[in-house]
Design a protein around this ligand. Structure first.
Ligand SMILES: Cc1cc2nc3c(=O)[nH]c(=O)nc-3n(C[C@H](O)[C@H](O)[C@H](O)COP(=O)(O)O)c2cc1C
Length: 175
């Protein structure tokens, strides 16, 4: 198949039309917490329960996951946008967690308070691909959290459904 190369900006514009939820992936090793905002997340299989997250190869959280062999996926509620913004910042991990309510899962994994749920995984496979690493996690524990609308990401913007779940999407005309 011979096709002209795809412009990355055009590709980003198309993918921006794919609406997602928002998660914070957290990890812990040797007394250190780490975490980052992730929307490249999907479930892989039900038997066994497994998920996949795609992380840029240079994020600070990756070495912590590599060392511990575990990670958690915290699914954010609509009123947790500030947490998403905080964990997307390029600051030291202690700074990200300062003042954030967490409780501890297996191996002291930090699980964020007030989420819709948390999925604790053992890393089953790590696949380096282009400038990302795909982490497949086998779910070893799950925690169902609040019953509330989810935080969404669409057209490069956060979308926060109201408490009844009603959504106003960003106007068209954006990418
Ligand atoms: C809505 C949103 C979704 C994101 N999704 C991802 C993702 O799926 N994978 C990724 O590697 N980075 C993603 N990022 C960027 C990281 O959160 C950001 O680079 C972070 O600062 C990395 O933190 P760390 O280097 O401390 O681990 C996302 C950012 C935002 C705002």
């Amino acid at each position: 198949m011979s096709e002209p190369p795809i412009d990355p900006g055009a590709f980003r514009g198309l993918m921006a039309r794919w609406a997602t939820g928002v998660t914070v992936v957290t990890a812990h090793h040797a007394g250190r917490d780490a975490g980052l905002t992730v929307n490249a997340f999907l479930s892989v299989s039900l038997r066994p329960p497994s998920v996949l997250v795609s992380l840029m190869h240079d994020v600070d959280t990756l070495p912590v996951i590599a060392a511990s062999g575990t990670f958690a996926v915290n699914v954010l509620a609509a009123d947790q946008r500030a947490l998403s913004e905080r964990f997307a910042r390029t600051v030291a991990s202690e700074e990200k967690f300062r003042g954030v309510g967490v409780h501890r899962g297996p191996d002291r994994l930090p699980l964020l308070d007030g989420t819709l749920g948390a999925i604790v995984c053992r890393t089953a496979a790590t696949v380096p691909q282009f400038d990302h690493r795909l982490l497949v996690g086998e779910v070893v524990r799950q925690e169902l959290g609040r019953e509330a609308p989810p935080l969404l990401f669409y057209r490069s913007s956060y979308v926060e459904p109201d408490p009844d779940g009603r959504v106003t999407l960003p106007r068209s005309g954006r990418p």
